[in-house]
Design a protein around this ligand. Structure first.
Ligand code: DNO
Length: 362
């Protein structure tokens, strides 16, 4: 595996490449052209400039998160082929720059969904949190505005204001798309892009739904072991792979995370590894918050997860995921420097322990 951190580009991120370079063990960044709109072709010069900037800081681009898939493709509109061609051109441009990992998602309208972006924990740190009662009280049309208010003036990934300005229109577009259709649209898209992925050895890594169920009545399909295995079988090519995000699949406690990792052997190309702490698991008041990465701070057994990744031969980039805001840092919720750096060190420690135990037969 390679330890990486997500970086949004110098115009958008509060964290610098220099800081990332100083986190022990981090050699690459997961980045994107944050100011492109889904559907647009990524210009070769922009990719080149980004790559050179990252290299000048002593790092390299380990993958893209995300090349977003536009809504026409997701709903299967009559103009989807045009947008698929654009996506293929973007992959071609990335492939020519030797960028071989692309994370994307297939969630309708909203990307990840939380009800608080700065819940205060007993130690004074703040974290992203989800509460079912709060979701039930929200009018989805106001969801984007409420996320923006909580964003510390940053643009949250997946909550880009231009898209969110059309929320009502987007809901209408998806109103007649059921789970099976969404799945077929995804398969259609993947089959169309596999040739270019094969040509450049680009691994596509689908990010799961977060949380791992439908929100606001919008259908969601990538949130369980059965769902993701079905997708792997439907397009049975190694370039059709997975971003294993523990904090997303893990929102549904029925998902056995180490088991899923083992079931997806060979198809996990990218890992987001973080912990969650569940406060209430009753249906009406389901409540969780994003804890520190450490097993003892949350609900997941992080050791078992890292062990499963190691034992299935995972060799892609891994990144600490959302971190807490600590030490008075101000930044994009979930994406400050300090707690993600602690997360990277912790995950590196777990990996070293698992690796050495194996090598030494203990
Ligand atoms: C949020 C992220 C998501 C993720 C996309 C992938 O912090 O985990 O926005 O990057 O769903 O396309």
């Amino acid at each position: 595996m390679e330890m990486t951190m997500r970086w949004y580009g110098s115009k958008f991120d509060t964290v610098t490449l220099k800081q990332i370079r100083q986190v022990p063990g981090v050699t690459g960044v997961i980045t994107t052209l944050y100011d492109t709109t889904p559907g647009e072709v990524w210009a070769p010069e922009k990719i080149r400039t980004l790559k050179e900037e990252v290299q000048a800081a002593g790092l390299h681009i380990s993958g893209i998160e995300s090349v977003n898939v536009c809504d026409s493709i997701k709903v299967g509109d009559s103009d989807r082929d045009k947008y698929i061609d654009n996506y293929i051109q973007t992959l071609e441009n990335l492939g020519k720059e030797d960028i071989r990992l692309v994370c994307y998602n297939f969630m309708p309208v909203f990307d990840w969904t939380r009800t608080e972006l700065a819940r205060v924990r007993p130690d004074g740190s703040t974290v992203l949190a989800y509460n079912q009662k709060a979701i039930d009280a929200i009018d989805p049309a106001n969801m984007a505005a409420s996320m923006e208010k909580m964003s510390n003036g940053t643009i949250l990934p997946g909550w880009e204001p231009e898209r969110m300005a059309k929320v009502k229109e987007l809901f209408a577009m998806y109103s007649s798309v059921d789970g099976e259709q969404l799945f077929q649209h995804l398969v259609y898209f993947l089959k169309a892009i596999m040739p270019v992925c094969n040509k450049y050895d680009i691994k596509m890594a689908i990010h799961p739904d977060d949380p791992a169920w439908s929100v606001f009545g919008l259908t969601r399909i990538i949130n369980s072991e059965a769902g993701i295995l079905r997708l792997m079988a439907a397009v049975d090519d190694v370039h059709n792979g997975v971003t294993f995000c523990s904090g997303s699949y893990g929102t549904n406690l029925e998902n056995d995370l180490p088991h899923m990792i083992r079931a997806l052997k060979g198809r996990i190309h990218f890992a987001h590894v973080r912990n969650l702490k569940f406060n209430d698991i009753s249906r009406e008041n389901y409540d969780f918050e994003e804890s520190a990465h450490l097993s003892s701070d949350g609900t997941f057994d992080m050791y078992e997860m890292v062990k499963a990744l190691y034992e299935t031969g995972f060799d892609g980039p891994i990144r600490p995921d959302h971190g807490r805001m600590i030490w008075d840092e101000k930044g994009m919720p979930g994406y400050g420097l300090y707690d993600r750096a602690l997360g990277a060190c912790y995950l590196n420690g777990l990996w070293e322990a698992v690796e050495k135990s194996h090598q030494r037969g203990v």
